[in-house]
Ligand binder design. Structure first.
Ligand SMILES: Nc1ncnc2c1ncn2[C@@H]1O[C@H](COP(=O)(O)OP(=O)(O)OP(=O)(O)O)[C@@H](O)[C@H]1O
Length: 877
């Protein structure tokens, strides 16, 4: 075929594949042409050459056939969908066709240890029902076989769940494709690729059929009855079938979950709390700080726990009991950790077996890991403290007999040191298969004849430096240095003359070579066949392998948490039904590892449910609030916590509103983002939630900011009743503590000695008395004249404000504070003890108070009229 013809074929296949890039096999190479060659060259530093043919030039880049996998993985991990066209021999030569399309969500040969989820998002439940939002979500990781399906009722929850799973590829259902707002927000939050999978795959009947094919009767086996969920599940499975290279069978079970199994952590909160990564990219995330796992599956599970904290007390107490037992058994724990260091990723090995990509080394790793299971079990079982804990359930959960059988099968069959390739033999142990043994014996006999040939010939013909060797072009040959060719016998047939030597073959050598080649081929084929049987046997046990992998991962994660607890003196919190949160000397889990940390207490009850946190800049307000959120979160993954002791009333959600650093970079108004986040919290939080607000309202004009902060506080306190920590520089807000029973002021203490401020990092009751912003400017080495001038301006401003509010005359009463009153939209005076303006007529005050206390919804119209009449009389008096 001409070069032009080849490029034409390439372009046609590329169109057919609908992929971003195409690798087309041409003999021993896979080639990329035109722009694809340029892209691959740039992304993977591959050499791009320019060829010309028929007056046209074209670019091409190629990789050897055996090296394709890492290149495809590299491209797919950069977000490309890569099609592969293989070459097949036919009667008239060869032809090429697309054999697979590798996509970010279905890449098996991933190079990272992280989970790799493909998500399908479907909107709407029953057909034609558009009145109400409902979304079906499916998340599937073919590298581990994990498959989670749920339904949620709001777009925000779609984002929350997507943020938990951070899918690398998303299949928006036909009804979601037009929802630009949702998709836009999704892409803002998660670095993912959207793929338009066939609309038909999302149809209810078709999707139901796909799910049934995979798992049997849906309702009975997986309890999946919601149509949106079935459509998402079916579509994702069909996509994997199309692109996942046979890995579909690794999806052995479907885990249906309810969004309320987990603590609600909206996307912003997951980021703000820096669970798996930090907001700025520097410093340490919570995961990095507490991760002491020794296996990749253990690390993955810890990440999963952190992003999906639980609400079930039973499950959390079970994990706590395991950690407690592991904390007390240091010796065995270290032994176990040493054992686990040799554990391979069984979930991944199961997927590779299922898809047929596992090689002999993969099966050896599988064998060695399975061998560790009884050892791990034995150590747990012989240690009373561990055997009496729920750890014994974890280790008995997988079918240990089946695991031992699979181990024995692998042990019997696999050779100890197999080659990297699967076609050259050397994979299977002697004694496993009679036919193979006979072949091996014959093969060994033939090779031995050749191996000893040189010695025999040297002696026979007295040629001291005669050697026998083999290469690709000449096959086996005898080589004699030119200085000794005089002794070469007649039966030697010369085949090549080199500079200093001569090569020969003999009839005998040819015959043995033929034998060896035949035997090698037969042996290679038979061994490959036997290996495939073994791999199929492993693939059939995918769900067992996943169970064992999961059990070892859980053990690893729990041990990691125990290690951290012991090293950092963490304690087991008492978990209760939603209610008070009491933390004695709590610390920030990340900051405490980086600096000398001053611990702080926290107590929140129904009557003490809203804390307004004030204090100078840099005094530790944010740290205090975040540490509270993180302690509650850690408690809800079942971990011990950085505190002397604590009682945690379990929460249903943790919501935070703190700085919006990265949105700024995306060019959106910070204030708009701030308000969207606030709005989400006010819509989603409940009485059982924990809400952290850091400086809400700061992004706009002061009075607007104060008004919003004030109104949000009232709403959270009165309507939602969540436990809330609110840090603010608006000292006006501290006045709310006097008006709302659940609101209390606390502040970060600082000592001011003649203008020299020292932060104490301790939390005290009551509001802070002043802001130390100018001091922080001084700390940051702002030039002295600016700092001095700022002090003067600040003093003047304070005075001016006081004068304005006082209507130009000083009352000379220092016990009065000036606060902003949202009711009137004006500043007003209060006495420092928090009472309202003392000058207000007591009768009027009584009317105002009665008016404030009244709940219009609970009073009958007649009673209301009576009360209004009574107030009028009171005011007239
Ligand atoms: N309890 C503590 N013990 C020791 N160091 C602390 C403590 N709390 C905070 N810090 C340190 O103080 C620094 C400032 O804390 P943080 O950011 O929480 O202050 P802030 O009051 O929220 O500041 P701003 O009002 O400017 O946002 C942190 O970098 C942290 O290292």
């Amino acid at each position: 075929m001409t070069a032009e013809g080849i490029v034409g074929e390439y372009l046609a296949l590329k169109r057919e594949s609908e992929a971003d890039l195409l690798a087309m096999q041409m003999g021993d190479f896979y080639e990329f042409f035109h722009e694809d060659a340029v892209t691959v060259g740039q992304e993977l530093d591959l050499k791009v050459s320019e060829r010309s043919s028929g007056g046209k030039t074209y670019k091409m880049a190629g990789v050897p056939v055996d090296d394709l996998t890492p290149y495809v993985s590299g491209l797919v991990e950069r977000g490309y969908r890569v099609a592969v066209a293989d070459q097949h021999e036919t009667e008239n030569g060869h032809e090429r066709s697309i054999t697979r399309v590798v996509t970010p969500g279905t890449l098996l040969e991933t190079t990272t240890e992280d989970a790799q989820y493909l998500a399908a998002i479907v909107e709407g439940g029953s057909e034609g029902r558009t009145d109400e939002d409902e979304y079906g979500l499916a998340f599937v990781d073919i590298t581990t076989g994990q498959f989670h399906v749920t339904t949620v009722s709001e777009a925000d929850s779609v984002l929350t769940e997507c943020y938990r799973f951070t899918p690398t590829e998303v299949l928006p259902g036909p009804d979601v494709r037009g929802n630009d707002r949702l998709l836009e927000r999704l892409h803002e939050r998660v670095e993912t690729n959207s793929t338009l999978h066939a609309t038909a795959a999302f149809e209810p009947g078709r999707a139901r059929h796909t799910v049934r094919e995979q798992f049997g009767e849906i309702e009975a086996s997986v309890g999946l009855e919601n149509e949106a969920a079935i459509r998402a599940a079916g579509a994702s499975l069909s996509y994997i079938e199309e692109t996942g290279m046979g890995a579909l069978a690794a999806v052995t079970r479907l885990q249906r979950y309810q969004a309320d199994d987990h603590v609600e952590l909206d996307a912003t909160t997951q980021r703000n709390l820096e669970l798996a990564e930090t907001m700025t990219g520097s410093g340490k995330s919570l995961f990095e700080t507490i991760d002491h796992t020794v296996t990749s599956a253990g690390g993955r599970l810890l990440k999963e726990w952190l992003t999906r904290p639980r609400r079930s007390r039973g499950e959390l107490e079970r994990r706590q009991a395991c950690i407690a037992a592991l904390c007390e058994t240091a010796m065995v724990r270290e032994e176990l950790r040493e054992l686990l260091e040799n554990v391979s990723d069984l979930e991944r090995l199961a997927s590779r077996s299922v898809s047929g990509s596992a090689d002999a080394h993969d099966l050896l790793r599988m064998r060695d890991t399975l061998a560790l299971l009884p050892q791990v079990g034995e150590r747990i079982e012989r240690t009373n403290r561990l055997a009496g804990s729920p750890l014994s359930d974890i280790i008995t959960r997988p079918d240990r007999t089946a695991a031992a059988d699979l181990h024995a099968a692998l042990e019997d069959a696999l050779a100890e040191d197999p080659p990297q390739t699967l076609t050259q033999g050397g994979l299977i142990r002697k004694g496993f298969d009679d036919e193979l043994d006979a072949l091996i014996e014959e093969h060994e006999g033939a090779t031995e004849w050749i191996e000893t040939l040189a010695e025999r010939e040297q002696n026979r013909h007295n040629i001291g430096r005669l050697t026998v060797d083999r290469n690709k072009t000449d096959g086996y040959y005898i080589q004699v240095p030119k200085s000794e060719t005089a002794n070469v016998p007649e039966e030697y047939e010369g085949i090549k003359t080199l500079k200093n030597s001569q090569r020969y073959v003999t009839d005998d050598l040819r015959e043995h070579e033929r034998d060896i080649l035949r035997l090698e081929e037969q042996r290679g084929e038979l061994e490959y066949e036997l290996f495939e049987e073994l791999r199929t046997q492993a693939a059939e046990q995918a769900s067992l392998l996943q169970d064992v992998g999961r059990a070892l991962a859980e053990l690893d994660t729990l041990m990691g948490l125990a290690v951290h607890a012991v090293r950092h003196d963490w304690t087991q919190p008492t978990l209760t039904a939603p209610g008070p949160i009491d933390i004695e000397t709590g610390r920030h889990p990340v900051v405490e590892t980086q600096t000398e940390f001053v611990p702080n207490d926290l107590s929140m009850t129904e009557d003490w449910r809203f804390l307004v946190v004030t204090g100078p800049n840099m005094s530790g307000k944010s740290t205090y609030m975040r540490q509270t959120a993180l302690i509650v979160l850690l408690a809800q993954i079942g971990s011990f916590i950085p505190a002397h002791s604590a009682t945690i009333g379990l929460v249903d959600g943790i919501y935070t509103r703190v700085g919006a650093l990265d949105e700024l970079a995306q060019g959106r108004s910070t204030f708009m983002v701030e308000m969207q986040e606030l709005s989400n919290i006010l819509h989603s939080a409940t009485e059982d939630s924990l809400v952290i607000l850091d400086e809400v309202g700061r992004g706009t004009a002061t009075y607007d900011g104060i008004s919003i902060a004030w109104a949000a506080t009232e709403y959270l306190h009165n309507q939602i009743k969540s436990k809330t920590l609110f840090a603010t520089h608006y000292h006006e807000l501290t006045d709310l503590a006097d008006r709302l029973p659940g609101v209390h002021n606390v502040h970060m203490a600082a000592e001011d000695r003649d203008g020299d401020v020292t932060f104490l990092w301790t939390i005290d009751d009551g509001p802070a008395d002043r802001s130390y912003g100018v001091h922080v400017a001084e700390l940051a080495s702002v030039p002295e004249p600016v700092v001095d001038r700022a002090r003067t301006v600040l003093r003047r401003l304070r005075e001016d404000k006081a004068i304005n509010v006082r209507g130009g005359e000083s009352t000379g009463d220092d016990t009065q504070q000036v606060v902003f009153d949202l009711g009137s939209g004006q500043f007003r005076r209060t006495s420092a003890d928090g009472g309202d303006d003392a000058s207000l007529d007591p009768d009027k005050k009584a009317v105002l108070e009665a008016l404030e206390d009244i709940n219009v919804n609970e009073e009958s119209p007649v009673d209301l009229m009576g009360k209004v009449k009574h107030w009028q009389e009171q005011l007239e008096e």
